[in-house]
Write a protein that binds this ligand. Structure first.
Ligand code: URA
Ligand code: SF4
Length: 190
């Protein structure tokens, strides 16, 4: 039986794709290892690469605000990304980089066994929910698969780029709040 500690140690040493070249830190993931709610982003940005932690830059601040809005402390969730090393110039992670790196996320998900998975942005939604996922039309919709409830919300960076997406982001998190009340047993909302 694999432990979080073993998985993290193995992942931090990974050099299996080209993204290893430019990284400062592998951003494994962070949060409550017993969380019922898992967030999946795209990949580390500059701040995350510098600190080795997911969503610690401006996007992370907005994520924290959205979590606070629904009374969900960040320490109660688990946060990871599709790729663990920063793509150069913050470009989208390539298909083959995702194909190689996704195994870490699979193993994290297998250890966590969350009730709810929230994809942050198009890249995560296309990888986790459906390859032809249309984030502008399908954000906030719930899908049930492999025993998980899944939903995609706009990426916080996309909301920062276009503030007109704010009401949609609020709605998606409000819908998450309702789903937590419905299906989670241990996740207390403030
Ligand atoms: N954007 C992401 O997709 N992931 C992070 O960890 C930070 C910003
Ligand atoms: Fe390994 Fe993923 Fe980093 Fe590529 S992005 S080197 S697969 S941890």
């Amino acid at each position: 039986m694999q432990t979080w500690e073993m998985l993290k140690e193995e992942c931090l040493a990974c050099r299996e794709c080209g993204l290893a070249e430019g990284r400062t830190h592998v951003v494994f993931g962070d949060g409550d290892e017993h969380a019922e709610v898992m967030f999946i982003g795209e990949g580390p940005g500059a701040d995350e690469d510098a600190q080795g932690l997911p969503f610690v830059g401006r996007s992370g601040q907005l994520l924290n605000d959205l979590l606070a809005m629904i009374g969900l402390g960040r320490e109660k969730v688990y946060i990871a990304n599709i790729v663990k090393c920063r793509p150069p110039q913050n470009r989208d992670p390539l298909g083959n980089e995702q194909d190689i790196c996704i195994k870490w996320l699979r193993r994290q998900t297998a250890l966590l066994k969350p009730k709810i998975i929230v994809c942050l942005g198009r890249i995560a939604a296309m990888r986790i929910i459906r390859p032809d996922f249309k984030i502008s039309q399908e954000h906030g919709q719930w899908f049930e698969r492999s025993g998980y409830y899944m939903m995609a919300a706009f990426h916080p960076a996309a909301v920062l780029r276009d503030p007109r997406r704010r009401p949609d982001a609020f709605e998606d998190f409000e819908s998450l709040r309702k789903k937590i009340l419905e299906v989670c047993e241990r996740t207390a909302l403030e």
